[in-house]
Design a protein around this ligand. Structure first.
Ligand code: COA
Length: 329
């Protein structure tokens, strides 16, 4: 495959109406403070899906915004790939519900399960399907309603996550623009460090599971933190090597937005000053698969990315999964 083959031609994002601040969480009776959350994570608020909002509705809204920018109509989409860890239903995929909602009548639609790396994985799947020749226009979504699978009694996790959707329309490359390099890895030996212990087919939901919250996200925070820093550093190195570029060639780094300390450590490893790093974790919290495409859409709309610029994306999530992309705009 000769790169660049696939380029980003439109982005969009959507978030729920309701904002939950750190003080709101403390006021819910959870033993935490705004000060602790800001200092340890950089998060100040997050969006929380409410009545009438779903992964499908947020994804469809983000998709429509991205298609508008791309000048693409829904029936033109060949593939819809949706990265998520919080689908509306376990069967069928949320991608097919998005297909129906936007009227993408010709598309093949499916979800992928790569947690916070979902959008980076999805972009590589889009590129691969285009290389095979069967797809010209692909919609890649990263979307989450994580607050619905969060244990609101566990202060170690409930302060971290937020909801939202980010969408990207991908088409065949022109003028040397598009994905210059891509890298993905997983390590399933560490699966239990960040997971939902129950609620799947192995341990279905029972009254006991609901009572102890084991259908919700459970995490060994310190171990996840260490692995995130290590893996995102690896992903930066591999993406740069693959593109035969140095950190100084990168105009903007868009890392997964989990924690400001992880972002700073990643930037430091990559040798990139924080002025060249996009940060919005303070406003969204960790929106998992949605975090990078939301940040990308914001950065494009704010004029932080202009034609000809080179952007590096780096993700890490449950699995563990990690990966990166270097993209010329
Ligand atoms: N408010 C107040 N105190 C809290 C708290 C909260 N929301 N959550 C945890 N604490 C307490 C802990 O109980 C612990 O108390 P103890 O020392 O009395 O046992 C103390 O703070 C320190 O906990 P620790 O886990 O060591 O803190 P930390 O510095 O590692 O920060 C995280 C915790 C979760 C913020 C951090 O580990 C982290 O960000 N991990 C990665 C999470 C992540 O990004 N996951 C998704 C990856 S895609």
């Amino acid at each position: 495959m000769k790169r660049p083959l696939a380029m980003i031609v439109g982005t969009g994002h959507a978030v729920p109406k309701k904002i939950l601040t750190n003080s709101d969480i403390a006021a819910m009776g959870i033993e935490t403070t705004d000060e602790w959350i800001v200092e340890r994570t950089g998060i100040r608020q997050r969006y929380v899906a409410g009545e009438g909002e779903s992964l499908t509705s947020l994804s469809a809204e983000a998709a429509r915004a991205a298609m508008k920018v791309a000048g693409v109509t829904a029936p033109e989409l060949d593939i819809i790939v949706l990265g998520t860890a919080s689908p509306d239903r376990l069967l069928p995929s949320t991608a097919v519900e998005v297909q129906a909602a936007i009227g993408a009548t010709r598309a093949a639609a499916f979800d992928i399960s790569a947690a916070c790396s979902g959008w980076v994985y999805g972009m590589q799947i889009a590129e691969g399907l285009m290389a095979l020749g069967g797809a010209e226009t692909v919609l890649v979504l990263g979307a989450e309603t994580l607050t619905r699978i969060t244990n609101w009694k566990d202060r170690n996790t409930c302060v971290l996550f937020g909801d939202g959707a980010g969408a990207t329309v991908v088409k065949r490359s022109t003028k040397g623009r598009g994905i210059l390099s891509a890298y993905t890895r997983s390590d399933g030996t560490l699966a239990d460090l960040l997971h939902r212990p129950a609620g799947g087919a192995l341990r279905p939901v029972t009254p006991e599971v609901l009572a102890d919250g084991s259908n919700c996200i459970a995490m060994a925070g310190r171990e996840v933190f260490k692995n995130a820093v290590r893996s995102m550093a690896d992903a930066c190195d591999r993406a740069l090597d693959g593109a035969k570029l140095a950190a100084s060639d990168i105009d903007l780094l868009i890392p997964h937005q989990a924690n400001i300390r992880i972002i700073e450590a990643t930037a430091k490893h990559a040798g990139m000053p924080m002025e060249k790093v996009y940060v919005n974790v303070d406003r969204y919290g960790n929106t998992s698969a949605a975090s990078i495409p939301i940040a990308l859409d914001e950065a494009l709309r704010a004029g932080r990315i202009k034609e000809g610029m080179t952007v590096m994306f780096v993700a890490f999530g449950a699995g563990f999964t990690w990966g990166s992309l270097v993209v010329r705009f």
